[in-house]
Design a protein. Structure first.
Lengths: 139, 193
């Protein structure tokens, strides 16, 4: 009788824990995995042309982007939109303004890692120079 | 008896949390997170010139270089001192890495939350390059279960080049065309075409 009650108590505790504890290997991604602060890195190269960008972006609940960084070494502010599907694929674009000019980095194929702290992507900028992107979670 | 059941439930809950580990917790970084073996990847392009490197290095608890080697544009190249990475509590990474053929000044870098990867933009030999530094074991420095980093032969077999000029530069039409980097301040020439 005593052993049975212990077993029931242990099972109750386990069931409660499974209900409230986040699974370490969640299969599905959603926008909440994108929401928050990220450091953004972009580099691109086409024939003799180069583009590069780095900075800190904040992704809002609707996927909208804000933040500050450097485009071609000059201070910039970010805007744009990113989205993520259930498999972790990322698409959208990181736009910005620098020194009175605008730029766009179009993300055609991105993927978030299972830890949800880093994502990689490829695409092109507004001049169609092929680019590589990295996002690293900051919070 | 109800009290016993409650206690058992709490114990079960605590055990599961302990097994699952902290979830989505805000990380605090420390310099010793840099210690251990890292694989290094560098890529950048400017004009008709590209800079690439892959290799591995060992860092001490203070982020200083212990040893390492790799291939710079396909040529064997050992990491040399002074090379030093700096990591602040927020996860920002800066510092300088040097190999026999190039120097990379990290201008904006970030360690990931698992403390297993560093991504940075750096000033390379002629232009900005993307730097990726990945923990060789795949596990953070303070993980006692992590395997030790692979041994790195730190005794160069060949003499380094006589000067700082790249050995493979003969086919580089951009030689003498300027690096675009001047005194640590980027010049917009060539970057906005």
């Amino acid at each position: 009788m005593k052993g049975r009650k212990i077993l029931v108590g242990a099972c109750l505790g386990l069931a409660l824990a499974l209900l409230v504890a986040p699974s370490p290997a969640r299969a599905q991604y959603d926008i909440q995995d994108l929401v928050g602060g990220w450091d953004f890195f972009a580099t691109g190269y086409y024939e003799v042309f180069t583009t590069f960008n780095w900075g800190h972006i904040v992704v809002a609940e609707d996927g909208g982007i804000s933040g500050n960084g450097a485009h071609l070494g000059t201070a910039c502010t970010y805007r744009g939109q990113l989205g993520i599907d259930a498999t972790g694929r990322i698409a959208g674009q990181v736009d910005g303004i620098y020194d009175g000019n605008t730029f766009s980095y179009i993300v055609t194929s991105g993927q978030m890692n299972p830890s949800r702290d880093t994502a990689f992507g490829t695409g092109h900028d507004h001049r169609f120079w092929m680019c590589t992107y990295v996002w690293v979670k900051t919070n | 008896m109800k009290r016993r059941l409650l206690a058992l439930g709490v114990i079960g809950l605590a055990a599961l949390f302990a097994l699952a580990g902290p979830a989505d917790a805000q990380q605090t970084f420390q310099l010793s997170d840099l210690a251990g073996g890292w694989d290094v990847y560098v890529y950048g392009g400017y004009d008709a010139y590209t800079e690439s490197f892959f290799g591995s290095m060992n860092l001490n608890e203070a982020g200083g270089l212990l040893s390492g080697m790799g291939y710079w544009r396909g040529t064997e190249s050992f990491f040399i001192n002074p090379s030093q990475l700096i990591l602040n509590p927020g996860g920002d990474v800066a510092g300088t890495l040097r190999c026999e053929h190039s120097t990379w000044h990290l201008v904006y870098g970030r360690m990931n939350q698992r403390k297993t990867e560093i991504t940075a933009m750096a000033e390379g030999l002629r232009f900005f390059v993307l730097v990726r530094i990945v923990k060789s074991t795949g596990e953070p420095s303070d993980d006692p279960d992590a395997a030790p980093p692979p041994p790195v032969d730190d005794s160069p077999e060949e003499d380094p080049p006589a000067d700082d000029q790249p050995p493979n530069d003969d086919d580089d039409p951009s030689s003498g065309g300027g690096s675009g980097i001047s005194g640590g301040t980027w010049s917009s020439a060539g970057g906005t075409r």
